[in-house]
Design a protein around this ligand. Structure first.
Ligand code: NAD
Length: 260
């Protein structure tokens, strides 16, 4: 579906981003991976996708909290591939605390990685997309782009910011063959979520199953986690020609959470 195209997926060394990169590569797309992690494991992932899918896969370890590193990553990818046809802004971090106790450095990091990094990648990817008259920008936001939860002030502010940026840029580039949309998952079973379960069980004095049912899935009427493959499938659709008229959309994939 995407032969000859290139996708850059931020935060694709783990979880949702990794699943998206793998699905796009399986459809013939060249990939630029990005994210933190163990160098050997990342190289093994890069080599595996390249071999399994027969596409070019590069890795860039840019720290998305640093503007100069984002600029260097984008310049390098654009120099090699000419354009980043599909830009997936997925990297994200979380920190949970009451707002009057929220560490300022955590606020700054969440806003930088979850919101400002997307401003930078978008502004840097757009000129080549405009020159080609084709582009897809997909922002992995969250149900928290639509609704709030207490103690997640920075995350909710950043994700609502992504929703606003998505609508704005979509309008700016609508006539140029470029779409920008936000995918808004509910709870997805990723290493990030899995690791929280034993600690939450201990902290609340409940079983791990109760954490899953009564804490995590309480908001999701399906009572099921969203899967990485489901988020990747929606993202792959949004990257396709069939989604050319879907733009500026803030799309929940949350088991009914935000329908309530
Ligand atoms: P994850 O922790 O498995 O993956 C996050 C990725 O971001 C990793 O590759 C990590 O290395 C990268 N990253 C973090 N800080 C970075 C930095 N400074 N520079 C570059 N890369 C950095 O998490 P995930 O659950 O796969 O989350 C991916 C996205 O999906 C995030 O934006 C998150 O907010 C969103 N999301 C997740 C869930 C969920 O339940 N897991 C729900 C809704 C939205």
């Amino acid at each position: 579906m995407f032969a000859g195209k290139t996708a850059l997926v931020t935060g694709s060394t783990s979880g949702i981003g990794r699943g998206i990169a793998e699905m796009l590569a399986a459809q013939g797309c060249n990939i630029v991976l990005n994210g933190l992690g163990n160098a050997g494991e990342i190289e093994a992932l890069r080599a595996k996708i390249e071999k399994d899918c027969g596409v070019i896969v590069r890795y860039d370890g840019a720290d998305l909290s640093q503007q100069d590193q984002i600029e260097a990553m984008m310049a390098k990818a654009l120099a090699e591939f000419g354009s980043i046809d599909i830009l997936v802004n997925n990297a994200g971090i979380q920190f949970v605390a009451p707002i009057d106790e929220f560490p300022v450095e955590k606020w700054n990091a969440i806003l930088a990685i979850n919101l400002t990094a997307t401003f930078h990648t978008v502004r840097l990817a757009l000129p080549a997309m405009k020159a080609k008259g084709w582009g897809r920008i997909i922002n992995i936001a969250s149900a928290h782009a639509l609704v709030a939860s207490p103690f997640k002030g920075a995350y909710v502010a950043a994700k609502h910011g992504i929703a606003g940026l998505t609508k704005t840029v979509a309008l700016e580039v609508a006539a140029q063959g470029i779409t920008m949309n936000a995918v808004c998952p509910g709870y997805v079973w990723t290493p990030l979520v899995e690791k929280q379960i034993p600690d939450t069980a201990k902290a609340r004095g409940i079983t791990e199953q109760q954490v899953i049912d009564d804490v995590l899935l309480k908001a999701q009427p399906t009572k099921k986690f969203v899967t990485i493959d489901q988020v990747a499938a929606l993202t792959t659709f949004l990257a396709s020609d069939g989604a050319a008229s879907v733009t500026g959309a803030i799309i929940p994939i949350d088991g009914g959470w935000t329908a309530q």
